[in-house]
Design a protein around this ligand. Structure first.
Ligand SMILES: NC(=O)C1=CN([C@@H]2O[C@H](COP(=O)(O)OP(=O)(O)OC[C@H]3O[C@@H](n4cnc5c(N)ncnc54)[C@H](O)[C@@H]3O)[C@@H](O)[C@H]2O)[C@@H](O)CC1
Ligand SMILES: Nc1ncnc2c1ncn2[C@@H]1O[C@H](COP(=O)(O)OP(=O)(O)O)[C@@H](O)[C@H]1O
Length: 493
């Protein structure tokens, strides 16, 4: 998995690479700029395009100057360079790159005040004004410049990070920086890119490798990690010779109401397709025919409290909440589940029940997995005005209560009792349809049944769920939760 390091740590990684490779900062800039240009050319192959490259005073601006040189050298002859000179500061490599451009007789226009900026006749604008060196919110001339650039209605491609967006620590709700269509970022995505608020700053991002020392980056103490397929490959349990259904664990799913029986069926399907040896659905009797018809592999346990507790020891894992409702009977079911001394996955209405009665929250056994979406999370832990603060709460609660909190979103954040946040990169908007989370709960329960640790079950569950969704979205506008559940077994294979 990739350590998602802070802007400060990225700076350390530059220095380490410069000292140990060894390589100069200028060469590193050359690499970064060449990587940007290569990526940019994939999107804009037409050499006749009019490009406007805006370059600031630091190394981000230095990259911009080098990028302009490389673009001109590769045939983008309608490239205009705008040098932002709001202050006399200029980094050394910025100066070097400016001199190299001038040597080629490339036109460089200087902007000393935002109001100097005239009409820009360009098809694409490249933003290299300020990068990860941003040390405070934009104000004054820079803020005005950003507004002027935003008012030009052409695509903006940001170098490393849009001007005004901090790399980490959250995105201001009144973001006043440059709004990019795409950011081509160096070596690692910045943590803020994973927060929904960053959409104001960049519609998308692509990471390009610039050859910084990977071992060093991975050795840095990071709070955030991006999951990769290789992490999941390592933890998936192989189906062993001579194994049988008992080998792969028994999951009990306490889910569903007559009007939301589908949630229980989808959860059961996720669990079966993720490989649980046995799956029992504890659903209202009115769902039995549907269960038998759609998932004959699943067993049925009536909603009889006495029966549930008497068979507690049979289950490796209990998942509770999908389509359960928050009525009194559901609350009793949750109380019984909490007493069962087994691995728990708590979703949907079971989370809402915890929100209604915080005494129950305090009874969650260590190791429990909670899988809230944003609303369920805020109901449980209070309203948050930003994702940054929501994640801080999630990390704190996961740590103090020894939980794994799977905070679902476009990028799902897995907040674990180790105080770290693991980001799941898979999944897509074709999955934004009811029932998708029920399948995820079933998958995670299925993996827990197979003896994965809570953290590993959360990693693999989220990754496979999103991967299955990505595969199905290739040929479909929307992905049905039931189809995704079936696809999960194929992804695991
Ligand atoms: N490892 C990497 O990621 C590499 C990064 N490089 C580039 O270097 C950039 C970082 O360069 P720098 O550290 O020089 O930083 P920047 O180029 O982002 O800007 C630094 C300058 O801007 C000023 N500044 C910061 N915030 C401001 C604000 N809100 N208002 C006004 N002025 C402000 C600072 O005082 C300083 O003078 C990266 O974004 C990237 O483009 C590459 O050149 C080399 C390798
Ligand atoms: N735009 C998206 N990109 C990636 N994943 C998504 C997107 N929209 C929804 N999902 C995934 O679908 C699931 C939705 O969960 P949830 O809201 O609990 O659904 P439900 O309650 O209907 O089952 C989560 O795992 C979420 O990560």
């Amino acid at each position: 998995m990739q350590a998602i390091i802070s802007a400060v740590q990225m700076h350390l990684a530059d220095e380490y690479t410069i000292t140990h490779e060894p390589v100069t900062l200028f060469d590193l800039m050359e690499r970064a700029s060449a990587a940007f240009v290569k990526c940019f050319r994939k999107d804009f192959d037409d050499r006749g395009l009019r490009l406007a490259v805006f370059c600031g005073p630091g190394n981000n601006g230095g990259d911009g100057l080098a990028i302009a040189r490389m673009l001109i050298n590769s045939g983008y002859l309608n490239t205009a360079v705008y040098k932002i000179n709001f202050s006399p500061n200029q980094s050394e490599d910025n100066k070097t790159n400016e001199a190299l451009l001038k040597k080629m007789h490339a036109p460089v226009r200087y902007i000393y005040k935002a109001e100097d900026m005239q009409f820009i006749a360009a098809d694409v604008l490249i933003d290299a004004v300020l990068g990860s060196g941003l040390n405070k919110p934009l104000s004054g001339e820079y803020a005005q410049l950003a507004q002027k650039i935003n008012a030009i209605n052409i695509p903006v491609y940001a170098v490393d990070i849009p001007t005004g967006l901090p790399a980490d620590g959250g995105v201001d709700e009144n973001y006043n920086g440059i709004r990019a269509q795409k950011t081509i970022t160096f070596q690692r995505p910045k943590f803020n890119f994973f927060l929904p608020e960053s959409l104001a700053a960049t519609q998308e991002f692509e990471v390009v490798n610039i050859g910084l020392d990977e071992d060093y980056i991975q050795s840095l103490p990071a709070g955030h990690y991006l999951l990769e397929e290789k992490d999941i490959r390592k933890i998936l349990p192989p189906r062993k010779r001579f194994s049988h259904k008992g080998t792969y664990g028994h999951a009990l799913l306490i889910c569903g109401q007559p009007q939301t029986m589908g949630a229980a069926l989808l959860c059961a399907s996720g669990c079966i397709h993720a490989g649980a040896g046995l799956v029992t659905a504890c659903i209202p009797g009115s769902g039995l025919t549907a269960l038998n018809a759609s998932l004959p592999e699943a067993m049925y346990l009536p909603r009889d409290i006495g029966q549930i507790t008497s068979t507690a020891e049979d289950y490796k894992v209990v998942a509770i909440g999908c389509g359960l409702d928050t009525n009194d009977e559901s609350k009793v079911l949750l109380e019984k589940a909490l007493e069962m001394q087994t691995q728990l996955v708590i979703d949907a209405d079971a989370i809402n029940l915890l929100a209604k009665d915080k005494n129950l929250l305090d009874k969650l056994p260590p190791g429990t997995i909670l899988t809230p979406h944003i609303k369920e999370f805020d109901r449980l832990f209070g309203n948050h005005t930003s994702w940054h603060s929501r994640l801080q709460t999630a990390v704190g609660e996961a740590f103090s209560r020894r939980l794994t909190i799977v905070l679902k979103n476009q990028y799902t954040f897995i907040c674990h009792s180790d105080k770290k946040i693991y980001i799941n990169p898979t999944g897509n908007p074709a999955m934004a349809q009811g029932g998708m989370g029920d399948v995820l709960t079933g998958i995670i329960a299925g993996l827990l049944a197979q003896k994965l640790s809570p953290l590993h079950a959360a990693w693999a569950g989220c990754y496979l769920h999103g991967k299955a969704g990505d595969r199905l979205a290739r040929n479909s506008y929307v992905v049905k939760a039931s189809a995704l559940a079936e696809q999960v077994a194929k992804e695991m294979k």
